[in-house]
Design a protein around this ligand. Structure first.
Ligand SMILES: [Zn+2]
Length: 400
């Protein structure tokens, strides 16, 4: 498609949407009539979204229509945008979204945690139930949501409004939905990535090693590492050293609650780096470490930061980043290190995350600063290009 026809299509979509009573300046979703169509950003080929216009369907008795307010751009979206590893194209992406209920089927009364739901409430979705009780139970020790479907990663169907990169989304019966009206928009956009860290810290606690007075090292100060520091801080863990190669990120780690930082670029070789971590704790190695990068060498290094009998939570390899070399004798066996892995979250972690976000705000952590770039839906291609350049932290689509 040449640029001209693409532009024209966007303008037509915009005019259509305004004709249908959805002026761009609408403040509250519930003010004004529901239009008959909705824009949705559909990834139609690699590295390209088209803004399409789809009819808003009749709601079933168990369905909910949400007017989207915003949605974070996730690493998973970046993978889909670049390579389509899930084979979903054409697809409406966006799974870190939130919005306001504008219409509900007559059977919808409560959210997945039992809170009442009504038109005007702000909601997020977690996963779509399958018939696997290990996934659907509110039980920490049951399976994580890795095998479940989520809105924003669903194959296209005749409803199309299946992801949060849109003006409206249809939540179908049998999905999880949470009433989060007591959280501001930025907090709601951060729920999904924060749930990943709530889960990781829960996994870490199962080792019995992570305590209030533990010396904790967090390696990697992207959004995941920064949120990890924030959660530790809201738990009362105060002795945190952040490790990264970028001073700007390390400075932000301090704002999020790290007391010391180590820039790995200033230390040649793992011995010197481990020495710097030890020095940051006043001559002690870490009791516990969180590995929050996707770099194999970072995984190999982190064992050297941990004391004998300490613990490690590896959560950086959300996707396969390759093999890492460790020495089983020195790194695990002789030091008796307890290691846990962590990946995505359970339903219960999702509910815990809402309270974490309130505590983080309460103690003045600058969570909103994690969202470094905000784009309207019409600039979704630019948003993904910025995300691929790894310039910011969290990129978000904020609906105008
Ligand atoms: Zn995500």
């Amino acid at each position: 498609m040449d640029i001209n026809s693409e532009k024209i299509q966007q303008i037509v979509a915009q005019v259509l949407s305004e004709m249908n009573g959805a002026p761009a300046a609408a403040k509250s979703a519930s003010s004004g009539p529901i239009p008959s169509t909705s824009r949705a950003a559909m990834l139609t080929k690699l590295e390209h979204y088209d803004i399409k216009e789809f009819p808003i369907p009749e709601l079933g008795d168990d369905d909910i229509l949400v007017k989207v307010e915003g949605c974070g751009v996730c690493g998973t979206d970046a993978h889909e945008f670049k390579r389509d590893p899930f084979g979903l194209i054409p697809v409406v992406l966006g799974h870190e979204g939130t919005g306001e209920i504008v219409k509900m089927g007559k059977n919808v009364k409560k959210d997945s945690a039992g809170k009442p739901l009504s038109v005007g409430d702000k909601v997020v979705t977690c996963m779509i139930f399958k018939d696997n009780p290990d996934i659907t139970m509110f039980d920490l020790n049951k399976q994580n949501v890795g095998g479940a479907d989520v809105y924003g990663l669903l194959p296209d169907d005749d409803i199309h409004l299946n992801g949060w990169f849109a003006d409206y989304m249809v939540i179908r019966g049998g999905s999880t939905v949470f009433n989060v009206s007591d959280l501001d928009l930025d907090s709601r956009i951060l729920i999904e990535p924060c749930a990943v860290l709530i889960h990781a810290v829960e996994r870490a606690k199962t080792t019995g090693i992570l305590r209030f007075n533990s010396r904790v090292v967090v390696q990697g100060c992207g959004p995941i590492g920064l949120i990890c520091i924030a959660i530790l801080r809201t738990m009362g863990v105060e002795n945190i050293t952040a490790v990264d190669g970028e001073q700007k990120r390390l400075d932000f780690a301090k704002e999020m609650g790290a007391n010391k930082t180590v820039n790995f670029k200033e230390h040649k070789g793992i011995e010197a780096l481990a020495g710097a971590v030890e020095k940051s704790f006043g001559g002690y190695l870490a009791d516990f470490a969180f590995q929050c990068t996707g770099s194999p060498i970072a995984h190999s290094n982190i064992y050297k930061f941990i004391r004998n009998g300490g613990g490690l939570c590896e959560l950086g390899f959300f996707i396969n980043g390759g093999d890492a070399t460790i020495n089983p004798h020195f790194d695990i066996c002789s030091k008796e290190i307890t290691t846990v892995g962590s990946w995505v979250y359970t339903l219960r972690d999702y509910a815990t995350t809402f309270d974490f976000l309130k505590r983080a705000k309460g103690i003045g952590l600058p969570m909103s600063k994690l969202i470094t770039h905000r784009y309207p839906l019409s600039q979704i291609n630019e948003a993904h290009e910025t995300n691929l350049k790894m310039e910011g932290l969290k990129i978000a689509i904020i609906n105008e």
